[in-house]
Design a protein around this ligand. Structure first.
Ligand code: PBG
Length: 330
């Protein structure tokens, strides 16, 4: 039986029927808003390649966090921009590091927000690499201890979730052991399990000043051509104790999100990264694409692919649209 009895268009005729049969419903509960914390006071420095995003000092961060709580955005991911960097990335695990200070201030403010700490050394090392350098290579095993110290210092400062983004082998196990030994047995790990060596991180590296001074990240981040390897990385991190696994970037890796979703039982997160944000903003600024409809369509695609949690710089705009009942945007 086919046409004319069967007519898929029947369910598309009226807006109320369309929403009744809509398969994917993104909710604000799933979104995480990434923020850049800088040293100093009264700093709200625009990030050129990410229009609408800023490097914020503590005081300004608190104002932005309050705005998120009011909008109903449930979670923040914090990245630190330290005043000084060194070869060991010591700002990452300093008890009074820029992110640790922000976490303490957020905890004191008692806002209804989940605070997630990105754990990596690249924003804190003078060479911009994600680990310690020995003989011009990243020393994987020596880096694990520093990542574990970073995770514990963030948990002490009040992080609700620890999110390692460095892609060193064995870091989830090392971080889990260190958190447990320090008494943080209840602090979940959201691992950037499947993180590709991607050109989509360009604007982030601008924002954080974390572009590697020599070489690139291809010895630890994944080859964009590899899908099967994603399943192996995700399974390994679950085995090492990851509570949530992340795929990153999101939009160019929807097949990977779907495949990981089908392979693991833990929640899957996807990170719509800085370049995905920049593409939408640049096209919208030129009047080439409708910003709000792009935000809806891209975030919905990531959810449809199987992501339970989505990290996106568009979280506040999505929240505004949802609050206005303009979701999907007309
Ligand atoms: C590493 C880290 C990066 C991003 C998140 N964590 C940069 C990188 O791997 O070079 C990128 C996020 C984005 O592009 O929005 N600390």
């Amino acid at each position: 039986m086919g046409f004319p009895v069967i007519r898929p268009r029947r369910l598309r005729d009226a807006s109320l029927v369309r929403s009744m049969v809509r398969e994917t419903r993104l909710s604000l509960d799933q979104l995480v808003y990434p923020l850049f914390v800088a040293e100093g006071k009264n700093v709200r420095e625009p990030i050129a390649s990410m229009p609408g995003q800023f490097r914020l000092s503590l005081d300004k961060l608190l104002i932005e966090a309050e705005r998120m709580a009011t909008l109903g955005v449930p979670a923040l991911m914090l990245f630190g921009i330290p005043a000084a960097k060194d070869p060991q990335g010591s700002g990452a695990y300093a008890d009074d590091g820029v992110v640790q200070q922000a976490m303490r201030a957020l905890r004191e403010a008692k806002l209804p927000l989940v605070v997630i700490g990105d754990v990596c050394l690249c924003e804190y090392t003078s060479h911009g690499h994600c680990g310690l350098i020995a003989d011009n290579r990243i020393d994987n095993d020596a880096t694990l201890d520093l990542l574990a110290r970073t995770a514990v210092s963030q948990a002490r400062a009040g992080a609700d979730i620890i999110a390692p983004s460095d892609m060193m082998d064995g870091r989830v196990r090392a971080i889990r052991a260190a958190l447990d030994a320090a008494g943080f047995v209840h602090t979940p790990i959201m691992s950037y399990a499947v993180k590709y060596a991607s050109a989509f991180y360009g604007p982030f590296r601008d924002a954080a000043g974390s572009a590697p001074a020599f070489g690139d990240r291809r010895t630890h981040q994944m080859d964009p051509a590899n899908g099967r390897e994603a399943l192996r990385e995700a399974a390994l991190d679950v085995e090492e104790g990851a509570d949530i696994v992340m795929v990153k970037p999101a939009l160019a890796y929807l097949d990977v999100i779907r495949a990981v979703r089908e392979r693991v039982d833990v929640p899957v997160a996807a990170y719509a990264v800085s370049g995905e944000y920049a593409m939408i903003e640049a096209a919208a600024a030129n009047g080439w694409l409708d910003r709000d409809r792009m935000i809806y369509e891209c975030l919905t695609a990531v959810a449809r692919a199987g992501a339970d949690v989505i990290l996106t710089y568009h979280a506040p705009r999505a929240a505004e649209l949802m609050a206005a009942g303009d979701w999907p945007p007309g």
